[in-house]
Design a protein around this ligand. Structure first.
Ligand SMILES: [Zn+2]
Length: 356
């Protein structure tokens, strides 16, 4: 398999492989009074499992993102029910990727009548790109999982070098999650948003004000963020992904810059990312922004020179950012190639050359 094909597969693999592993593989982190994050605790790897957020109000609860399938959703519902007996009235799906939305049906069983809030384009994306990506993943993912298992058996990483302990833990987690996903995904029940947002929606629930906003295209063309202005909290969805940014095959790196600028302009004191720990400052998001700006300006210059994508991949230099995000970690360096540099450069090239 060529390096490019393998990277594309890595991305596809990451797009939605986030199945139901261990029911308690998250820490419940209190971000403010009544606001809890089911913060995932897996090691960073090729698979992703998204955080979920519970906002407990005077008379009800609002949830942000629903897990990747029945098992992750059930574990989160059990955790929420220990916190409160109030019913969940609204669920916000920040975007249509599987790990943020495929728990919807399980949440609906637990809370009949719950409304799902998503971007106006989320259903169309879920039913087109989402379905075809999942199909491709189910067809090609098992071979990639086998590559990882074979590498583990040989004590090597995917590049054929001696495996580090960090890589071993990540690979073991990846394989476990992938296999759960392959089991659950064929039976996913797709529940689209019942209330849609083009630009902005405000929920007032007792003393709580919850602003749901589309700030522009970024991680996908249909991203929502949730802003709690009184608490100075922003729930970013995958606009912020830690420890390596995820500019995947459905991202819009050029638009992402303005979108992230708008997110930062909200001046939140707490950022709850789609993946990664609760952040008490915006330093990480600002590093993501600087990386995007560098990709955009370098790709724009390369397109002006008439370079092909293969030439652009070589001419764009992101070593300073690679060092900042990945340091000396072989695992994080490999994720930087697969999730930030590879797809980020390719999508920026498509956007700038083809006006995507
Ligand atoms: Zn995503």
């Amino acid at each position: 398999m060529s390096r490019l094909a393998s990277c594309v597969l890595c991305w596809l693999f990451a797009l939605s492989v986030s199945a139901s592993f261990a029911a308690d593989d998250f820490n419940l982190v209190k971000a403010a009074e009544g606001i809890y994050v089911a913060q995932r605790s897996e090691p960073p790897g090729f698979t992703f499992v998204a955080n979920m957020v519970f906002i407990v109000n005077d008379d009800d609860a609002v949830v942000v993102d629903t897990g990747v399938g029945p098992a992750t959703a059930k574990a989160a519902i059990a955790a929420l029910k220990k916190l409160t007996s109030k019913p969940v009235r609204y669920i916000v799906n920040t975007h249509w990727h599987d790990d943020h939305m495929m728990g919807n049906s399980t949440w609906r069983e637990a809370y009949p009548g719950v409304e799902f809030i998503g971007h106006a384009r989320a259903e169309a994306e879920m039913m087109s790109t989402g379905v075809s990506n999942r199909k491709q993943l189910l067809e090609q993912g098992p071979a990639f999982a086998k590559q990882i298992r074979d590498a583990l058996a040989k004590n090597e990483n995917l590049a054929g070098k001696p495996i580090s302990n960090e890589e071993r833990l990540a690979y073991l987690s990846d394989v476990a999650w992938a296999e759960r996903y392959f089991t659950e995904a064929p039976r996913f029940s797709l529940i689209a948003p019942t209330l849609t947002v083009e630009d902005h929606m405000t929920l007032v629930r007792g003393k709580r004000t919850i602003e749901i906003r589309h700030l522009g295209r970024a991680h996908t063309g249909a991203d929502l963020i949730v802003h709690l202005p009184l608490e100075k909290i922003v729930i970013t969805g995958d606009l912020v992904v830690w420890p390596i940014p995820l500019y995947g095959s459905t991202s819009f790196p050029v638009d992402y810059i303005a979108t992230l600028d708008k997110l930062l302009a909200l001046n939140a004191s707490t950022l709850i990312p789609g993946h990664g720990p609760v952040m008490k400052d915006d330093r990480y998001a600002r590093s993501m922004l600087a990386l995007l700006k560098s990709i955009e300006s370098q790709v724009r210059a390369a397109v002006a020179r008439g370079e092909t994508l293969e030439q652009v991949r070589k001419s764009v230099k992101l070593d300073v950012f690679r060092k900042e995000f990945a340091g000396d970690s072989a695992m994080l360096n490999s994720l930087f190639s697969s999730y930030a540099q590879g797809p980020g450069v390719a999508r920026a090239y498509q956007q700038i050359r083809d006006g995507l």
